[in-house]
Design a protein around this ligand. Sequence first.
Ligand code: SF4
Ligand code: SF4
Ligand code: FES
Length: 845
Amino acid sequence: MAKMVNLVIDGKEAQVPEGTLIVNAAKKVGVYIPVFCYHPKMEPVGMCRMCLVEIGRPVINRETSQFEREEDGSIKIQFSPKLETACTVPVSEGMVVRGFSEKVLSGRKDILEFLLTSHPLDCPVCDKGGECPLQNLTIDFGPGKSRFIYDNKKHLAKHVPLGELIYLDRERCIQCGRCVRFQDEIADDPVIGFAQRGRSLQIVTYSEPGFDSYFSGNTTDICPVGALTTSDFRFGARPWEMNSAASICQQCPVGCNLTLNVRRENKSGGNFVIKRVMPRQNELVNEIWICDKGRFTYHYTESPQRLTQPLVRKGGELVPAVWDEALELVATGLKEAGRNILTLASGRLANEDLFNLHKLTKSLGGKAVQYTEMAGGDLVAQVGVGLGTNFSDMGTGTAILVVASDLEEEAPIYWLRVKQAAQRGAKLIVVNPRPTKLDRYASHILRYPYGSEAAMMLALVNALSAKRPELPEAARSLARAGDIEAAAKAFAEAESAVILFGSEGTSLGASRSLAQACANLLIATNHIGRPNNGLIGVWSRANDQGAWDMGFQPVDDLGAAFRDAKGVYIAAADPAGDNSSLVDALKSAGFLVVQELFLTETARLADVVLPAQAFTEREGTLTNGERRVQRYYPAIPASLETLPDFAITARLAQRLGFDLEGRIAMRVMERLAAEVRDYAGVTYRKVSEISEQWPIIGRQDLYYGGTSYENSQGLGVQLQSAAQRGEPVPLGWSQPSVPVSSADSGLVAVPVTRLYDRGQTVLPSNLLALRIPEPYVALNPNTVAPLGVQDGMMVQLKLGEIIFELMVQLDYKVPEKIALIPRSMGVPIFGPTLAEITLVERAKA
Ligand code: SF4
Ligand code: SF4
Ligand code: FES
């Protein structure tokens, strides 16, 4: 428990923990000291002087070491002759602060006048106008007019691209350094910095491509003026013209809280359009950050390629139909299939959709299959991190083990939060076959050959056991790895410990073994059933965990499952597009219905296609990797002939004689909570509750950014794991796979995840076109040196019987004899696979 310090700020008594900065202590008691360079998420630098205050400290008698007293008995306070910066000075006992004295106000006015000498004052056309700290503070504290001669203003470039995503208006920059410090301190991508001096000082980018960071958009939020803008929102709308809807990012399992700012506009035919995506504060999930994928990919929902009405197959062609006709056809098709129905759904759907779909499937006697390349959701429900878990609480005393994951690529905000926990003192154990950015923060790094991830985790369990049970040879050899005993000890001895497991190089089967081995390590070290202890799946979709919780499970052989089925109902999945070898299996299914946003390769094969609504057009809940159930709301009206997935399934159920709730998502959640034990007690009211968050960012806050940070729509509800409910969770066994990269096995291709892939919810966002790579293979230069392959050349990669033409990225971090193939980039790869490479005799155009 930190020692508490008493002080008085503008007549208000404050009691705050030792070490608190005056600016934050003041905010706690409702005194708002203006700032520019200070930001509560970053270290103070005292650059702008906007927060100047008068500080008085008790006078201490040097002989007695006691406070000196005034005649009336009160403690004698001596004020510094000069103003001091409230953002750099920590509180001390007995301190008296004057934040709004005449002297302070005069100083503040001078600082603002000085800042404005180099500012263009183009508020009427500035994107920040209306939510601009400089504008607000000038109105509150600035001089009515400037003594500076207008013609002496320094004019600087106004449309400087720092990359294609972020633009700089040099004139507007007040040199606070927030953007540079964010990239350095928070994102650890120091790709921008200051150049030149004095009034010519400017922000420049050092990277190629410019501003090369997954977190670049956050700088536009924290820039206290309109100097940094996104190419998405730039000159797009004024803040006061827009409405906002709370949402949840659909791109990865973090579940970052978003605000969608919406406007109805003439140039869009009088329709409502989303003008920008902003982070919404949730200190338990994403704090105030989001990655650029979450910020910019929403455009796929606006694609003209979206399905807008049902399609039915007539004369071999898919033709438009009305809902009645389409649903009747589906009902008939499913009835004819009898109990031989297979439903395939992915974690792109909301819990409500998955619940209804699962209910319908089970009512028909069918099989509910999850479309995923990762297993272990059932284990996460048992030994996952439970209620009360928060990465922000993790630091000294916590161990975080990240296995089989390039975390920044798979879930950027998890990467950010794990890194911050490590910086606060958490022991970070990185277990991965190749170096990733997370290694910079690791206390222990363990390497294993691709395919041996589960064996590596079992070796860690073994290193802790006095009995040292017999392990497969794969694990025995890994158990001799250098740092394993120390890493196992650090994990076991930590007060709390979490494991994040990803999908680097794993097949579905290998993922199952990995999840089990991770669960075993947690159980063996008793890191379960308590907050900040347990397992987290770094899933590839936002609601994969929800899909597990609703009863969907993956199958090893999807082709065989399709062939066995007489009726296949696919929602939010494109197996034919991802793997052309499944086309024949799908064609052999008696009846195929696809519920989708787009006419995917799978939808093209369907007998009936049902148009679903995008997340921007409807409401629902998602369950994130930490099993926090979070709600998103409709932001814009949907096309008239589309429906939310849960409603489509409910209408279908009605025709088949089953009663499913399909009117509003909230009612579906009521049934879900009544039937799915882990979700008992979860209601829309509960997930929409908020509590006080610190630091205060958003609301009408003038200093730390616009009002879009405000979270008045809910922080979500975290579920309890079975272990937390006190249920027994025994150790389990799943045979680990064997390493595939032995010296004599030739080249092995393994699947990895890249943040920007060519998936259906990424590629249509033109904004990211330059960041989304062409299909490529990453190789160690030594692997292909004998072939004369150089960076950027085209090669032919033979996987099984299929040959793909790919561009080469050479990277010494890739292990030799390994070819990294990003998922969702046009090459179907579902686990380590033997491969051959030959050079295509031409360089990439
Ligand atoms: S661009 Fe914005 S955040 Fe960066 S230094 Fe200038 S004013 Fe500050
Ligand atoms: S980290 Fe994941 S959930 Fe958060 S904004 Fe990025 S893609 Fe979305
Ligand atoms: S010096 Fe304190 S906010 Fe800039």
